[in-house]
Design a protein around this ligand. Sequence first.
Ligand code: ZN
Length: 240
Amino acid sequence: MRIALFGDIHANFEALDAVLADSEEQGVTDYVCMGDIVGYNADPGACLEKVRGMNCPTIKGNHDADASGTHSLDTMNPVAASALEWTREQLDEDQRKWLSRLRLVRQVSDFTVVHSTLDQPAHWNYVTNRFDAMSNFSYQFTQLCFHGHTHVPRVYVKDSRVEEVPAESVAIEAGSKYFINVGSVGQPRDGDWRSCYAIYDLDHKLVVFRRVEYDIARAQEKILDAGLPKMLAERLADGR
Ligand code: ZN
């Protein structure tokens, strides 16, 4: 069993398409979507339908919650808020309902998935250091937990203490717990513009990160054509 964990797609269909093609080449047998299917970029409906059609375990991200709600977006940063207002208009009622019904946390096989962190998952806190990771570990009852939200791939390991290790290949050792950020498909923010996702090989107890090139020019063109903020197109190239 080889499971692709992919999320923070953010309505970037070109990136999603490239990741799914790569995962097929990599012999992936199953898929788990880590949330934030919509928001920021120009293809919310197409990305939602693609993920919905895959019928794979899918959890809710903050942008999925915001796009499917009717609450005010005033407290959000203006660029994200204007993209979310636009996204709300693109989705039909059935699509918004599907997003609103996604779970915040779920267990899949022998691991847990959450968009942000297991402590107060509906508060959408960011995990950026080992102290944030410690808060998560107090609520993590499986050996592995995968998440997203910061758009930066990261790996925290807990044995006698909690440490961050490089987000490269991670061999899953008995006796340790792992909290793994799988990075972002549609808007990476670690300085590398290529889509990021992870493959968990259950038989070999190994997690590997994949970076995949996609048609970024096309994705940027669609953002500008849709009248979305220009910086959303620019940031894709910067990987920020
Ligand atoms: Zn996101």
